[in-house]
Design a protein around this ligand. Structure first.
Ligand code: FE
Length: 284
């Protein structure tokens, strides 16, 4: 990667983010607190591991993301990061700020028609994150259990249509993956306030497990955990930031995952006081 590809201000960004406290956690031989942030991971891996900064999807929405095979297991072969399970791929900085702002505007329209709400879980409490949906179906939970509904149970209205910017963004993100024709019919939008979290869970209410779940991160940084097919499997941890994309498909499609922590005051978009995740699914 030519030095011209390194984002301007990367050094200041690196030092600023490196100061952020991260709870020490032993991870497969790594000490989490000693891990460099994703910025450094991308930077150093591009120098020493053969990775490079992918083109931003909004700078070349019609061009596929450049995702070399060596990135499919994330940072497993460099000095800094945890190893993600096969089929779970991390795509840092896939969406630029312009696209992120457009996604936020679309979310605000969706939330106007289908307000974000906390829903009842199987354990009898309410979700820590507030949710809403768009597309042909929306994920929902109440006393009847976890399922997809074609109408919003909160108001009886059909879910808002999937915005074009959502479809364009996800299409750019999967272009060079094993699922280039991924056509989501549902997008579950989670909003995490600082302090909110999502316990380890599997996404298994969809009909077709051959299709991945594509998660777009927007707003503040989060500590994303991914484990294995059993809840008790060891988890890896990765800091996901605004514009990053995580894809769970293939072998990892039903792996347990969750969000352990949202980092306050880390959103590059001041209007977002927390974090959104847009999780695209083929639900029906
Ligand atoms: Fe999930």
């Amino acid at each position: 990667m030519a030095s011209a590809d390194i984002p301007l201000g990367w050094l200041a960004d690196l030092f600023q983010k490196a100061r952020r406290p991260v709870a020490p956690l032993k991870l497969g031989g790594y000490i989490r607190g000693a891990l460099a942030p994703a910025t450094a991971q991308v930077l150093f891996s591009s120098r020493y591991g053969g990775f490079f900064q992918p083109k931003r999807a909004d700078e070349a929405m019609t061009q596929p993301l450049q995702t070399p095979k060596s990135r499919k297991r994330s940072f497993s072969d460099d000095l800094f990061g945890p190893e993600l399970p096969t089929g779970c791929t991390f795509h840092p900085k896939s969406l630029g700020l312009r696209t992120q702002m457009a996604l936020l505007a679309a979310i605000q329209e969706i939330a106007h028609a289908a307000p974000l709400t906390k829903v009842l879980t199987k354990t009898g409490g309410y979700t820590s994150a507030a949710i809403t949906n768009c597309g042909h179906a929306g994920w929902w939970s109440d006393a009847k259990g976890y399922r997809y509904e074609t109408r919003n149970p909160a108001n009886g209205m059909p879910w808002p249509a999937m915005p074009d910017i959502f479809l364009r963004a996800v299409s750019a993100c999967v272009a060079n993956t094993p699922w280039p024709n991924f056509a989501p019919d549902a997008c579950l939008i989670n909003f995490y306030e600082p302090g909110a979290k999502m316990g380890l869970h599997q996404d298994r209410d969809e009909k077709d497990f051959t299709q991945p779940i594509v998660t777009v991160c927007l707003g503040g940084d989060a500590d994303f955990q991914v484990g294995g097919p059993k809840r008790s499997d060891k988890t890896s941890s990765i800091i996901v930031r605004s514009g990053d994309v995580m894809i769970m498909g293939g072998e990892s499609r039903l792996y347990f995952h969750g969000v352990r922590k949202i980092y306050s005051d880390t959103s590059p978009i001041p209007e977002i006081k927390g974090r959104y995740s847009l999780t695209f699914r083929k639900a029906l």
